[in-house]
Design a protein around this ligand. Sequence first.
Ligand code: NAD
Length: 337
Amino acid sequence: MSKTIAVIPGDGIGPEIMNATLRVLDALDCGLSYEFVDAGMVALEKSGDLLPQPTLDAIAKHKVALKGPLTTPVGGGFTSINVTLRRHFDLYANVRPAISFPGTKARFENIDIITVRENTEGAYLSEGQSISEDGETAISMVRNTRKGSSRIVRYAFELAVKKGRKKVTAVHKANIIKTASGLFLNVAREIAKEYPQIEFNEMIVDNACMQLVMKPEQFDVIVTTNLFGDILSDLCAGLVGGLGLAPGDNIGTEAAIFEAVHGSAPDIAGKGIANPCALLLAAADMLDHLGMVDKGDKVRQAIRDVMTNDRDSVTPDIGGKGSTSSFGDAIVKRVKA
Ligand code: NAD
């Protein structure tokens, strides 16, 4: 296969972890070539624009992008670049796998949960926000639509089928937020009937939080609305040892952007000790998306193998004495084997 993807190295530790990730992709021989484009502070310094038009054009052209973390300057009225990208390309599904890896300080083993979060509506609207003149009352709006709920629930079931998953849990608060959350739940119930081979259950969000912490093994695929998905996916990342191993896939009909969930880590940028695994796992999800599931699995297995058998090469955040490049080298060696 031959395919070009847009690559945004990003800010802070971005270029370091991107370098390690692309070395692994190259070692896999998966026929990918890269168009490098800028966003974030790097782009602002070069072209005066946090998200230059050529970057948007490259993503639109190749339809798939691998993105390092971006720094959005604080103050100055800048909108988050990630939010802008999500809106521009209507990346409605935020897919966050949480998988246990050996050698982390996680409280649980054998967790493999995918959270599918609606990414464009719910409580995260730019409109409908107001605060009274006396500052005493603030109002914000929640809007769920049948279209938005249908496409996210369908995405979750299709993902479950594609990945051989057994169960989809719809998480909601329809008992209290009867209109907006109720619509989402009703749509989920309707669509679930089209997938009799996948077990479906529903859970109120507060109970879901408790169940995740007490009995996480009961979850497989979770589908939920924007705000609940934001919170639950970080909770799931915490179950497997934090953000260092958390990929985030942003999927739309016209484009898909794969990234690490963590930020640009300015405190360790340039020190060569950033853990490349979250971006590597995002790259593995990207390979799945491009139909190269065997290669995606190879990356995941190589990470697991290095974390079990080659502790000296892993980065300090997960208890090793290694560097971004020694971690990358060890993974390259295994995917080539
Ligand atoms: P952060 O995720 O960058 O860092 C939090 C802590 O985790 C730091 O101590 C950092 O050193 C550590 N860390 C993060 N990634 C690591 C890795 N791969 N290996 C080892 N340690 C790692 O969060 P922050 O400090 O709140 O944000 C820094 C900047 O990143 C901000 O400008 C923020 O806007 C941006 N950000 C971008 C994204 C994105 O582009 N997707 C996401 C979150 C934050």
